[in-house]
Design a protein around this ligand. Structure first.
Ligand code: ADE
Length: 319
């Protein structure tokens, strides 16, 4: 059958074994390799299915995008950004793993790590709010994942509890990099030192989700790492309060609240988290806590910020 009928072009690689015999391997997956069972979620431009690899029996989240729709809505750029960002961040804890991408006549496919425990949003809603210990546990993982993204020149720009998934081991997995900003290294690549990235870049017209968007994205159209820290602050607030700090009847009113820094703490909001959130939800990005400032906050006192202390332990009770 032709590639279009089979689902995707197969890339055949030929190598030689120890005896010098040619070994032919098919490395490119196609949609036929997966048994799509239930639908996991639907976005504006994609549908995610639970997909079982017929050969290995392993399960994945297969994101399917309709080519015609993507082209018509001028979202090709965002699909490429998502693929590029996930490839750049591959192998890191706290970031959803991209296993394969392929396409057929009508669709693009992203085969992603399956996060069986759903969204952080669902967890917050299920319990109303999280315990101080659970919020500290998830937020420490989230700020570590943000630190990793920023070190590798990726600003997410749409961090929110819907985009924080929970893996089989109850560790967080940040997803949805379609609206990320990929920074170009300022120093030429290939040097002896790790690449360096600019502090901030001109952000076209993109604004994330109203409730989590930083004031500088609304006012100045500049995008820096600070925008992700702002969203992180909103997520921390929501884990404790059960709802985001800036929320109104419509998007415009929400933007107004963000610009005016119009939010409040409920009476029972713990002092230590109040202090952290106050230092993050600061209008001027230069005055906001940085990722490292967050990690040094006294809420996280005693946390070593090494691999074992962030990722090496299971979650505390959610309530
Ligand atoms: N919904 C969207 N992406 C998902 C994933 N990777 N795992 C589980 N559910 C999802």
């Amino acid at each position: 059958p032709s590639w279009a009928e089979r689902g995707a072009a197969r890339i055949v690689t030929q190598t030689r074994d120890e005896q010098g015999k040619v070994v032919t391997r098919v490395t490119k997956k196609s949609v036929d390799d997966f048994e799509m069972t239930k639908e996991l979620g639907e976005g504006s431009y994609s549908t995610v299915y639970l997909g079982k690899d017929r050969a290995s029996g392993k399960v994945y989240a297969v994101k399917v995008l309709d080519k015609r729709h993507i082209i018509k809505e001028k979202k090709v750029k965002y699909v490429n950004i998502e693929k590029f960002a996930l490839n750049r961040l591959r192998g890191s804890r706290g970031i959803i793993h991209l296993y394969y991408t392929f396409q057929d006549r009508n669709s693009l496919y992203f085969v992603l790590q399956y996060a069986p425990n759903g969204e952080l949003l669902t967890l917050i809603k299920k319990y109303g709010s999280l315990s101080l210990d659970a919020a500290r546990y998830y937020s420490a993982q989230l700020i570590s994942a943000i630190d990793y993204m920023h070190t590798h020149g990726v600003i997410h720009r749409d961090l929110k509890p819907e985009n924080v998934l929970i893996g089989s081991d109850m560790r967080i997995l940040v997803t949805d990099f379609g609206t990320a900003k990929i920074l170009q290294p300022v120093s030429p690549p290939g040097g002896q030192t790790p690449p360096e990235y600019p502090e901030k870049v001109r952000a076209s017209s993109f604004v994330g989700t109203a409730e989590y968007v930083s004031p500088e994205l609304l006012n100045d159209k500049w995008c820096g790492r600070e925008a992700d820290v702002w969203s992180f602050g909103c997520v921390v607030y929501q884990m404790i309060a059960g709802k985001p700090p800036f929320k109104a009847g419509n998007e415009y009113q929400t933007f107004q609240k963000v610009i005016k820094l119009q939010y409040a703490f409920s009476a029972g909001f713990p002092t230590v988290v109040r202090d952290l959130v106050r230092r993050i939800l600061v209008t001027r990005p230069e005055a906001r806590l940085t990722v490292h400032g967050v990690q040094q906050h006294y809420w996280y006192r005693g946390l070593a910020w090494d691999e074992a202390s962030i990722w090496g332990r299971g979650p505390p009770r959610p309530l």
